[in-house]
Write a protein that binds this ligand. Structure first.
Ligand code: GAR
Length: 219
């Protein structure tokens, strides 16, 4: 069972990152955490897919890695193994992790599981958000950083950023443009969570300011 994390300016949060692919968001977090002033350390990276680039990125930064393959096993068993692999981390970051997690997993880290999604939620949840955006003909796309709840891409929104959809965009060119926003937002949102500044009320997140006021951060 993970220790309760209430956030602290003095204590560095221990972060576990779940990945399934290339790990460019993991790289953004590793780069941010290399700054001694960043309030979080990446201590474990777990992939459900063997051999992915994300595992190499973690190893290059000296972070422990593990593969927990989801194939051919019951979800409860897979999630129990993920929890074991994560160990005593305080916060879990999903970074291109392509499995849905149930309440059984999430209850081990209440309000402390973050996800990045390549769409402006609540529009285009689920798979292939850039493809969905192109199909819908929108002129603005973007990324969402949110806390994870038991729904699919439904948890409280921490931060969003937009990019234009350009003439001639393909799914690949749009996804690449959206990734640049993801890489900017993820370390920022992780900092807020690590410092214990995020308050969730009625499904909406606000960030506590040093003045004692709180500011809406959902937009
Ligand atoms: C990112 O665009 C992320 O938002 C998306 O997968 C990509 C992973 O890239 N995640 C999802 O679609 C989750 N439903 P990365 O492995 O280079 O960070």
């Amino acid at each position: 069972m993970a220790p309760a994390w209430s956030g602290s300016a003095e204590v560095t949060a221990r972060i576990g990152v779940l990945v399934s692919g290339s790990g460019s968001n993991l790289q953004a977090l590793l780069d941010a955490a290399a700054d001694p002033w960043f309030p979080a350390d990446i201590v474990k990276v777990v992939s459900n897919v063997p051999g992915v680039l994300a595992l190499d990125r973690a190893a290059r930064s000296g972070v422990a890695t593990e593969v927990v393959d989801h194939r051919g096993r019951a979800r409860a068993e897979f999630e129990a193994d993920l929890l074991r692999a994560l160990g005593d981390v305080d916060i879990v970051c999903l970074a291109g992790f392509m499995r849905v997690l149930t309440g059984a997993f999430l209850s081990a880290f209440p309000g402390r599981v973050l996800n990045v999604h390549p769409g402006l939620l609540p529009l285009f949840p689920g798979l292939h958000a850039p493809r969905q955006a192109l199909a819908a003909g929108v002129t603005q796309a973007g990324a969402t950083l949110h806390l994870v709840d038991a729904g699919v891409d439904t948890g409280p929104i921490l931060a969003q950023g937009t990019v234009p959809v350009l003439q001639g965009d393909t799914e690949a060119t749009l996804a690449a443009r959206i990734l640049t926003v993801e890489h900017r937002l993820y370390p920022m949102a992780l900092r807020w969570i690590a410092e214990g500044r995020v308050v969730v009320e009625g499904g909406r997140a606000t960030i506590a300011l040093k003045t004692g006021e709180s500011r809406w951060i959902g937009g």
